[in-house]
Write a protein that binds this ligand. Sequence first.
Ligand code: ATP
Ligand code: MG
Length: 354
Amino acid sequence: MTLIFGIETSCDETAAAVVEAAADGKLRLRANVVASQVEMHRKYGGVFPEVAARMHIETIHAVAREALTAADVQPADLSAVAVTHGPGLAGSLLVGVNFAKGLALMWDKPLIGINHLEGHLYSLWLSEHADSLRFPSVCLLVSGGHTELILVRGHGEYTLLGSTLDDAAGEAFDKVARLLGLGYPGGPAIERTAREGDPNAYPFTLSDLGAERPYAFSFSGIKTAVMRAVQPQPAYGKRVRGEESLRAGNLREGVNIADAAASFQAAAAEMLVAPTLRAARDHGAAAIWLAGGVSANTYLRQQLVARTDLPVYAPPLALCTDNAAMIAAAGCFRYAAGQRDSLALDVLPMLALV
Ligand SMILES: Nc1ncnc2c1ncn2[C@@H]1O[C@H](COP(=O)(O)OP(=O)(O)OP(=O)(O)O)[C@@H](O)[C@H]1O
Ligand SMILES: [Mg+2]
């Protein structure tokens, strides 16, 4: 049996978890502790990096201790300490990586650096579908900072098929929510508000990215279309500065916020679904996987399921956004593959999956 202690601090969640891998590779989540800083960042309308790093420092010790207690394991029982070392905010990553190094040294355990994006992917191995996962599969990785289509050919074997040309999907949800005065974080707020709205009320047309980019995504056009539809139009000849145009809740009279949220969500989902189906078909995928914060979106999940005969697998809702369970899960596979990192492990804020 393998027991991995995982740590995640790449953005604004301070998290620690313990995952057990049986001899047959089956994973079991023993403890999953997440301390979210969302309340602190809400007043800034997004993550304030300096504040995030300082809050990780204040919280990480208690979070790690709670995870050990909840898992009912002694440090001596652990096989290794796995930690996110990129991509993410440099200051935030440094807290987790240095804390993990301290633990590895104190407990005399190997240290394993994990790519946060690979972590999102391995949240699927903690789902009820873990036994059904087959290669090759196409994974739509949709989060706050990334929107990528990845062909997963085996454990740790990835081909990048396409990615966003501008904003990440989660970033677009957050910006549009801000525009509609729905607050932060935007994804859940848009999804909630959209339930009362008509997805066909506003025709937010999608950019045509051309046949030569069949697996690319773009959200800036949809975002601008929402802005044009809901904001007061400036007087003739008056220029609107960027920050003014994005001012929260600066809405034209008569705008139906629920309709706007539902129409944006439908357009964003369509932008995500079409290239994903194309990629799955073109590459003979056994299934379509979803991962990352935006994969919590029920409308997106339903659209994918409705439009393909392939199985669609997504992580449990609680493991879509950042957590350490997914880092420990990826750590189990990296440990089995023999990965061991030295105490010189560095943070890599721009680390890519492929
Ligand atoms: N139900 C939802 N519908 C749409 N978007 C959602 C939903 N829940 C969360 N999100 C979005 O997911 C994003 C957060 O996801 P995640 O925690 O994976 O991102 P991140 O860690 O900041 O970015 P990355 O993983 O790329 O480094 C936010 O942009 C949030 O608005
Ligand atoms: Mg993430």
